[in-house]
Design a protein around this ligand. Structure first.
Ligand code: G3D
Ligand code: MG
Length: 183
């Protein structure tokens, strides 16, 4: 454990949590980072970020992830600009029990790409799959949408922890591949 902590991360990526209010962005981020010895929350201007190392054994690398999460709905453009600046990827989250949050996925994508002036790898995260009886957005619809836009699709529950790690590690792998392609 100690040794691993002393190993320098080969890659450092900033990622952003995107999606409507109450879809579970903070819950996912907290669950992902809370066990980490290095978890370090800092309150900035309307956004929180936490840093976590992600080990990708199949790629033989360690990635240091700075996960940025907007606190509430800041009204100021400057907050949003600094939120997006330098982001190399994002988890775009919707709530499978609220269709509106699924319909708004495309708007979040547009806002992010516009602010960044470029496209970045995104993983579409269908969250709250533990709420089986309240579910309204099906797996088929989510997968179809993600596939049509060329994004990876993951179903998660911040409550049970299902696929939380996988959402972040999948994004890491996608970002690594994007970095290699652009070289
Ligand atoms: P946000 O950061 O996207 O705005 P939050 O969303 O992480 O604050 O989550 C909003 C509410 O949804 C929270 O409930 C949280 O506990 C709940 N939630 C988040 N993820 C899941 C999930 O996977 N399953 C279930 N069942 N609930 C989830 P409260 O009651 O605290 O507002
Ligand atoms: Mg939040």
């Amino acid at each position: 454990m100690r040794c691993e902590r002393m190993t320098t991360a080969a890659y450092r990526f900033k990622i952003v949590m995107l999606g409507d209010g109450a879809v579970g962005k903070t819950a996912l981020t907290t669950r992902f980072t809370q066990d980490s010895f290095e978890a370090d929350y800092k309150r900035t201007i309307g956004a929180d970020f936490a840093i976590k190392r992600v080990n990708l054994p199949d790629r033989n690398v360690i990635v240091s992830l700075a996960v940025w999460d907007l606190a509430g709905q800041p009204r100021f453009e400057v907050v949003r600009q600094s939120f997006y600046r330098g982001a190399r990827g994002g988890l775009l989250v919707y709530d499978v029990t609220r269709r509106r949050t699924f319909l708004n996925v495309e708007r979040w994508k547009e806002e992010a790409f516009k602010a960044l002036g470029t496209e970045i790898p995104l993983v579409i995260v269908a969250n709250k799959v533990d709420l089986v009886d309240d579910r309204v957005v099906t797996t088929k619809e989510g997968k179809k949408y993600a596939k049509s836009k060329g994004h990876v699709y993951v179903e998660s529950s911040a409550l049970t922890g299902e696929n939380v790690e996988e959402s972040y590690s999948t994004l890491c792998t996608t970002m690594l591949d994007a970095t290699k392609k652009s070289k």
